[in-house]
Design a protein around this ligand. Sequence first.
Ligand code: IPE
Ligand code: MG
Length: 221
Amino acid sequence: MDGNGRWAKKRGLPRSAGHRAGAQNLKTISEFAGELGIKYITAYAFSTENWKRPKEEVDALMALLLDYLRDKEQLAGKNVTIRVIGDRSALSDEINREIDNIEEYTKDRDGMVMYLAINYGGRQEIARAVRRLAKQAAQGDVRPEEITEEMISENIYTPDVPEADLIIRPSGELRLSNFLLWQSAYSEFWFSDIHWPDFTTKDFTRAILDYQNRNRRFGGV
Ligand code: IPE
Ligand code: MG
């Protein structure tokens, strides 16, 4: 969800207003994605690198996050299951409590699952998987030479979720920025110049239609 800051600047508003508009748009797009029949969506809300921002902005992002987690219907609509991935140990007790609450509140729903990536980094996720496997090896439960790709897949945050089919990045940046590194090996990409708060259901549909016409060969012919 990129471009919130530039969206706000263009309007002479503080960056936090852009984040607020972006959060609002997540609700619009995720609800629409659910209606399309998409099973999983992962929203990159806060990266392991975003702590480098001025304290004022980090505080504003955390306050916004707390507001949204509290307002369960606002974030999850009627039938979305919310789950969080990332290192939660750096988040406040309050935020951790609200994450537990919303995960519990939405866990039995049968619509789309929306993962919120908060204090998430692809490298952090892979390092965590390596630590878990190393621990099993140290305990003698697994032989190092027998560690497979599948075992790494089983030790990322989302072992039961398919790899990412489509990664959408708005706002004109052409990079992955540490998002879903392991899961994006064969992802399709959609880049758009539109800033995230302006990214509409029509733009989302355009990305999906384009994706549907791609020929995915996964290295085959
Ligand atoms: C939102 O957009 C991404 C978050 C970290 C929440 P940005 O804050 O990166 O917006 P730009 O890139 O400065 O426009
Ligand atoms: Mg940005």
